[in-house]
Design a protein around this ligand. Structure first.
Ligand code: MRU
Length: 359
């Protein structure tokens, strides 16, 4: 574990050090914005725990971390027969798939590694070659995400006019991806273009990804931003401060229904009531075309302690009944457009989703 000054360090949220016998280094996002702490993941259990406990979080980042987690998890089987190596591979993949259910990028990344394994085995490769190919695939997923984020930023910035106030919920920034974010990529790009935007940041109860992470990223980049409590969004919109809402997504169904951090659906309803366009920014890897609508998206239920003992302080009776869904689904009809690396899907219809995803 290493620490750095969170005010000055340029964070690299995910890093893989070395070759197939190397290790994964993650920023422990639960410690931000106070401490910038890096955790070394030298076994798959540490990667699983980091995903489960939101030390690494955000749909694309979870997928990247899991891909490297497979590489780390296979290190205990490199002296084994191909058959035993393969058995371990499936065990590791299943284990990581059980860490969090909603972000489809996790399963997308694991499926890519499964395809890599199958192709290498088919080609008659050795255990060592297969392990190297898994690392190469994880590195490709990681590097590709950087390009994807930049493209999302470029497409999204075209929707934003100079001087816009933009509201966002949760953290869909550099910490949630390889380096530039999805929703925040749009804001970073607009800022680079001197568009004079102002970002309103929902604090995002119960785990405060907005205030702890999004506000931190915006402050680091010196982008004008104002933090608000979640229950202030309606008032801020009514005052005319918000011209667009942009959030990320964890899973998007074939009709465009989009799961994102709990509270996003409410923000979309508020945007509709105030005539403000609501956009989702997400990579193609966040689409799950096996689900016709958002009804089928599994919603993660999290521990009551996150609400009763939020941020380490007891704020409710210890034995009160708690409901703690981590995500909600915003119906496609509330979404003005989905900003992807391949362009903006608008209007959000099953036909337009299918066309852009396949392009
Ligand atoms: O529970 P989290 O913090 O993983 O939830 C993250 C979000 O809801 C993000 O908005 C989403 O994953 C997109 S990240 C580019």
């Amino acid at each position: 574990m290493t620490t750095a000054n969170p005010q000055t360090a340029a964070p690299d949220p995910i890093r893989f050090v070395g070759e197939t016998d190397g290790h994964l280094v993650l920023i422990d996002q639960t410690q931000l914005p106070v401490d910038l702490i890096y955790i070394d993941c030298r076994d798959v259990e540490t990667v699983w725990e980091a995903i489960k406990m939101l030390r690494v979080r955000g749909a694309p980042a979870i997928g990247i971390a899991a891909a490297y987690g497979v590489v780390v998890g296979m290190q205990t089987a490199t002296e084994k027969s191909l058959e035993d190596f393969e058995a371990r591979f499936h065990e590791v993949v299943e284990y990581l798939a059980g860490s969090r259910p909603t972000a489809v990028n996790l399963f997308w990344a694991l499926d890519r590694l499964k395809a890599t394994f199958a192709a290498e085995k088919e080609a008659g490769k050795s255990v060592s070659d297969i392990h190297s190919a898994l690392l190469a695939e994880a590195r490709f997923i990681h590097e590709d995400d950087r390009q994807v984020c930049r493209a999302i930023g470029r497409h999204g910035a075209e929707l934003i006019e100079p001087g816009f106030g933009i509201l966002t919920h949760c953290n869909a920034g550099g910490l949630a991806t390889a380096d530039y974010g999805t929703a925040l990529a749009v804001m970073f790009t607009c800022h680079d273009q001197d568009k004079g935007i102002h970002v309103y940041v929902d604090e995002t109860r119960p785990l405060l990804q907005g205030s702890r992470l999004t506000a931190w990223e915006l402050v680091q980049r010196e982008i004008p931003a104002t933090l608000i409590c979640d229950n202030m969004a309606a008032q801020v919109m009514k005052e005319g401060r918000v011209n667009a809402v942009i959030t990320g997504a964890d899973r998007i169904a074939a009709n465009g229904d989009s799961a994102n951090k709990i509270g996003t659906y409410g923000v979309a309803l508020l945007a509709k009531a105030h005539g403000i366009p609501f956009y989702i920014a997400a990579p193609i890897s966040t689409f799950d075309l096996t689900l016709p609508t958002g009804e089928g998206i599994p919603i993660e239920q999290r521990d009551a302690v996150e609400i009763i003992h939020g941020m380490g302080k007891q704020t409710a009776p210890a034995n009160v009944h708690v409901y703690n869904p981590a995500f909600d689904v915003t119906p496609a009809e509330l979404i003005a457009g989905i900003i992807t690396e391949k362009g903006v899907i608008s209007p959000v219809t099953p036909e337009n989703v299918a066309q852009v995803v396949a392009s």
